[in-house]
Design a protein around this ligand. Structure first.
Ligand SMILES: NC(=O)c1ccc[n+]([C@@H]2O[C@H](COP(=O)([O-])OP(=O)(O)OC[C@H]3O[C@@H](n4cnc5c(N)ncnc54)[C@H](O)[C@@H]3O)[C@@H](O)[C@H]2O)c1
Length: 386
């Protein structure tokens, strides 16, 4: 169960990466900075429509190229791998441009914010036989990998019931909303619940949801065009039940930087209970710790004197470097390309599935009815848009 397997690729197969990073905000900056230190990377090009943000990153990491036009970047002959780290509702176009060139991709979640577009992107990826993975960064944490290994090897038997609870303060939704007035699909499930939904489904393995029943509330965030919380119950094709719940309207002062999670998974032979709220490392200071998430253009006044350390999902900075899951995830994606290694990244299929399920929860909450799954993307969007 715990044997370490050796990668079979020979040194002769090692590939040098020419990396394009599209979107130079918080996440693009992290990934590009890690690329700078990865020995298998020979060239880094950047693109952002915000020239100030992009040029600053180019100078900071001494990148080889910058343009405000992602098409120009992706067409460069040096480029043989692409990171799409644009704003949540701007993933589709750069993804399709990279797919057209047949380049491997690391795409931030979600695959799209429209289920029809997500289906088109997935179809294009499959047709071009491109290796495209999604940024479900939490899969790269030791605790979740350990759980996955035990569950896969049958230590809790057949899964019968699961419960997921994600709690977030209001800073992430405000970060998402700063860039668009069209917030219909910037819901707690589509933007953030997708991380815990992916985690629970990944651990649960092959079971497929056959229906979902959900409810939402928008008492606090309704005036900003989104919701406070969505809670739902899925039924799986093996009869298992799974309760998936997220609330992202906790006060800005809540000590969790972004995400606090609890997952319980019960099987016929055992149980796994994951406490991931980060209440185990608490900092209290006379100084305001400010927001952990600081994208360009987001100015939130806070007074956060208590903080659950290590609760910022990508990781934490020490000595000017990022340590944590996004480092593991990004470097292991580079190894996937350079060495052909198998990695636990979410596939494009899983990314599309996650969007469909998060939107199905939104549709169920809207209709106040159970939704049978799988649902056609056209039918799903027609229901959400009516
Ligand atoms: N994996 C994770 O843990 C994680 C964490 C936070 C955010 N995210 C995701 O990463 C993505 C980026 O988030 P962020 O926090 O970096 O946001 P951000 O606003 O800091 O950065 C996004 C950047 O994309 C740029 N951009 C938008 N459209 C573009 C285009 N057409 N071409 C080039 N650049 C364009 C914007 O100007 C901005 O600089 C989002 O999809 C978000 O959901 C993932």
């Amino acid at each position: 169960m715990n044997f370490i397997q050796v990668n079979e690729s020979s040194m002769a197969n090692h590939k040098q990466i020419g990396l394009a990073v599209v979107g130079c905000g918080v996440v693009g900056r992290m990934r590009a900075t890690l690329a700078k230190d990865y020995p298998g990377i020979g060239w880094i090009g950047l693109s952002d429509i915000n020239e100030k943000v992009g040029r600053k990153l180019k100078d900071d990491i001494n990148a080889d190229y910058f343009t405000t036009d992602f098409r120009e970047l992706i067409a460069r002959p040096e480029v043989n791998a692409v990171v799409v780290a644009t704003s949540t509702f701007r993933h589709v176009e750069p993804t399709l441009a990279a797919v057209e060139r047949g380049l491997p991709l690391l795409i931030e979640k979600p695959l799209a914010t429209d289920a029809r577009q997500s289906a088109q992107v997935l179809a294009a990826i499959k047709k071009a036989n491109v290796d495209a993975v999604l940024g479900y960064t939490q899969r790269f944490r030791r605790r979740f990998l350990a759980v996955k290994q035990r569950v896969d090897s049958g230590q809790i038997g057949e899964i019968t019931a699961a419960v997921t609870r994600a709690f977030m303060n209001r800073m992430a939704p405000f970060g998402e909303m700063r860039l668009t007035q069209d917030r219909r699909f910037l819901t707690p499930m589509v933007v953030s619940g997708t991380h815990s939904l992916d985690m629970c489904l990944w651990i649960m393995g092959d079971a497929q949801p056959v229906s979902v029943y959900a409810r939402s509330i928008d008492r606090v965030m309704g005036e900003h065009g989104t919701k406070d919380a969505t809670f739902g119950v899925f039924e799986m094709n093996n009869g298992a039940i799974w309760s998936m719940n997220i609330c992202w309207s906790l006060p800005k002062e809540w000590p969790g930087a972004v995400y606090g999670l609890e997952i319980g998974i019960v099987g016929t032979k055992g149980v796994v209970d994951i406490e991931d709220t980060h209440r185990d490392v608490v900092l209290v200071s006379e100084f305001d710790q400010g927001p952990a998430y600081r994208p360009d253009g987001l100015n939130l006044q806070t007074a956060r004197h208590v903080e659950f350390l290590t609760s910022f999902p990508p990781g934490d900075v020490y000595g000017g470097e990022l340590w944590g899951p996004m480092r593991e995830e990004t470097n292991s994606w580079f190894s996937r390309i350079c060495l052909g290694k198998k990695t636990p990244h979410a596939t494009a299929e899983e990314g599309h599935r996650n969007l469909m399920l998060t939107m199905a929860m939104d549709l169920s909450a809207k209709r106040r009815k159970e939704i049978a799954l799988p649902i056609d993307p056209e039918e799903l969007m027609a229901g959400l848009e009516e």
